[in-house]
Design a binder for this molecule. Structure first.
Ligand code: GUN
Length: 304
């Protein structure tokens, strides 16, 4: 039976570490880190995500503000708000909750966030730097997956990893991190990585997964990863999160993995909920504190 990777517990440990880091930052004469989230429209899932992020921030001593904009606001007004926040000395982190309404260009909006305050790591300069193994802001979910693997002592060096899903914010960066060589400014994971996606034939997906020591799946397709696709002892990380109505008519969250069956063959497995989700929030806190520290340092250097 697989060992459960308890993301909720690991995220709580990380938040406790971060709370200390915030206390030390303030004790050495700095103001509390500050995070501003921008929520456009009233998507219920986005409302929940942002509210969880803001609660976590408050809990560890990060000041947090949510700016709410109506769904029909123009893109330029959103860009103007981002510009004001970029210039505000009292703002360390800016997060634009995605998805945005369809009349807005997500890439333009993500690029408008100053790299130093881009706690989501979605600005194309941060994405490019990450791909080059340079110091950058790593997107929160990929960073959370990396941290879960590290803290669970899962060996990645020379191992086969399969990433299912190639989204630019999740699958792609996870694949980059897993294959990183540590020769530049980021830490090594040194896995042999295969990326599977919607056009990977089902029999090939099964074949690739079966060879994997580590499977990270991020598709939003409930039950995609079945027990017969998993090598005995493999580590299975489930990033998928889908709300379904079960046979009793109850609404619940499920991942991409057929958890009850896969746990019988895997060596390690993350649950949904309580796996990667809480780690995403914890990594947002980590990125915000890092941004606050870097900005405080840069300010000190400017005044010297
Ligand atoms: N929407 C879903 N996940 C995320 C995330 O990690 N960051 C932002 N900004 N929006 C999201």
């Amino acid at each position: 039976m697989a060992k459960l990777i308890d993301g909720k517990l690991i995220a709580a440990q990380i938040r406790a570490e971060l709370r200390k880091e915030v206390d030390e930052h303030i004790a050495s004469g700095n103001r509390a880190p500050q995070l501003t989230a921008i929520l456009v429209g009233e998507d219920p899932a986005s409302e929940t995500y942002v509210s969880n992020k803001m609660k976590a921030a408050k809990d560890i001593g990060i000041n947090s503000v949510t700016k709410r904009l109506p769904a029909d606001i123009g893109e330029q007004e959103l860009l103007d708000l981002i510009d004001r926040l970029n210039k505000q000395d009292t703002v360390d982190g800016i997060l634009v909750q995605l998805p945005l309404p369809s009349h807005m260009r997500e890439r333009v909006v993500c690029n408008a966030v100053l790299c130093e305050k881009d706690v989501d790591g979605f600005n194309e300069i941060n994405v490019g730097r990450m791909c080059l193994d340079m110091k950058s802001v790593i997107p929160c979910t990929p960073l959370g997956v990396q941290e879960l693997i590290k803290r669970s002592n899962i060996e990645t060096f020379g191992k086969n990893a399969v990433v299912v899903g190639r989204s630019k914010n999740v699958g792609m960066p996870i694949a980059m991190l897993l294959s990183s060589d540590g020769r530049n400014e980021t830490s090594a994971m040194d896995a042999t990585v295969t990326i599977c996606h919607r056009f990977t034939p089902p029999n090939k997906l099964e074949e690739y997964c079966k060879l994997a020591d580590i499977i990270v799946t991020a598709t939003g397709i409930p039950g995609l990863i079945k027990a017969n696709m998993v090598k005995e002892g493999a580590c299975v990380i489930d990033v998928g999160i889908t709300r379904i109505t079960d046979v009793n008519g109850k609404s619940k969250l499920v991942g991409d993995v057929d958890f009850d069956e896969v746990k019988k063959v895997a060596g390690h497995i993350t649950p949904v909920p309580g796996g990667v989700g809480p780690m995403t929030v914890a990594m947002l806190m980590k990125n915000t504190i890092a941004a606050a520290k870097n900005l405080a340092e840069a300010k000190k250097e400017r005044s010297n």
